[in-house]
Design a protein around this ligand. Structure first.
Ligand code: TRP
Length: 337
């Protein structure tokens, strides 16, 4: 039997998981477990690059771990780790930062967006060096495990390209060592905000813009009901808000309803209230499934904590092997234990 290839991806523990995260990333991670060895991380070091509350970080990190397990990340098939429990990532980040130019980081569009964001610009906050070197830490997350594939959204394409450049520069100097990872863009729906369908569904826009996985049924239905559909006069092209609702319905797996409502749309007979009701039903059903699983998991919180510590130790072992080799290659002394 051929050895399975490795996929790696990570998520920031910045908020409770929402359907944008789920359909845009996590659902795909769960599916990929069938054919790949999965390494999935909750990146709490990355969460420190934007203003945050230290009292909450530990909780949101553990909560994200539980959410991922509730969504179907399977410890039998994948390693699910907490980034800061593998501190070797930061050491590799330092070493790799010496293989990454200042100009390259300056060109990162995510840095530009985040450094100009309201939150960072608020009085008392700074544009930190951590935010600037964020993509190097991301490169370390990927390269330290020699991952072949990285399932990410299009917004991360630039960071992955940078990761390959860094790996390549290192390999040119020290001989073929790091694997140049490939992005894995699969058929991922791009979900938009319900309240403002010109923007991506994201928690940072505010709670009314996204539907959380573990939200109450009443609240889910209310948000979907008030989703923006058409603004301005009707045209021949489907408006982004309506298209988004169709995308959501498809993502929920209700293909029959999707086909028949789409037919109604083209026949000019679609009632938006029907479309919304179907979307809400789909989201509520999924939410119930995840909520039940989460309730079962959190019955034994101690055990989950032990399990994630164990998986993080497993990841750390792999990371340590890389660090020992890299230190030697770049001329740093062996650490004696
Ligand atoms: N930057 C990614 C995001 O915001 C999160 C991330 C950190 C990541 N390290 C990674 C994604 C490594 C893939 C691989 O979505």
């Amino acid at each position: 039997m051929s050895k399975k290839k490795t996929v790696l991806s990570c998520i920031q523990p910045t908020s409770e998981m929402h359907f944008g995260n789920y359909f845009g990333a996590v659902q795909n991670w769960v599916r990929l477990q069938k054919d790949y060895t999965g390494i999935y991380g909750v990146v709490d070091y990355h969460a420190m690059t934007m203003p945050y509350d230290p009292k909450e970080l530990h909780h949101t990190t553990m909560n994200m771990v539980v959410d991922l397990l509730a969504c179907g990340i399977d410890p039998e098939k994948s390693i699910l780790f907490i980034q800061s429990l593998c501190p070797e990532h930061t050491e590799l980040c330092w070493i790799l930062s010496c293989f990454c130019s200042y100009g390259e980081l300056q060109r990162m569009t995510q840095f530009k967006d985040k450094s100009e964001s309201e939150k960072v610009q608020e009085k008392g906050n700074i544009v930190s060096t951590g935010l600037f070197t964020y993509p190097v830490l991301q490169a370390a997350d990927i390269l330290i495990y020699k991952a072949e594939f990285v399932p990410v959204g299009k917004d991360q394409e630039q960071h992955l390209e940078l990761t390959r450049n860094i790996a390549n520069r290192f390999n040119n100097k020290h001989g073929e060592y790091f694997v140049e990872p490939q992005a894995l863009f699969t058929d991922i729906p791009k979900l938009l905000s319900l309240a403002d369908p010109t923007k991506k569904m994201s928690k940072s826009l505010g709670d009314q813009h996204c539907v959380r996985l573990f939200e109450s049924e009443g609240s889910i239905r209310k948000k979907v009901k008030s989703a923006v559909t058409d603004v301005g006069p009707k045209t021949d092209v489907m408006s982004p808000g309506v298209e988004n609702l169709f995308e959501l319905l498809k993502a929920c797996g209700n293909i029959d309803a999707y086909d028949s409502l789409l037919q109604d749309y083209y026949a000019g007979a679609l009632k938006y209230s029907d479309l919304k009701e179907n979307v809400a039903n789909g989201l509520v059903a999924l939410s119930k499934q995840f909520t039940d699983k989460k309730a079962e998991l959190t019955k034994n919180e101690k055990q989950i904590e032990e399990q994630v510590y164990e998986m993080s130790a497993q990841a750390r072992k792999l990371a340590q092997k890389t660090i020992v080799e890299v230190r030697d290659m770049v001329g740093l002394p062996k650490i004696k234990h």
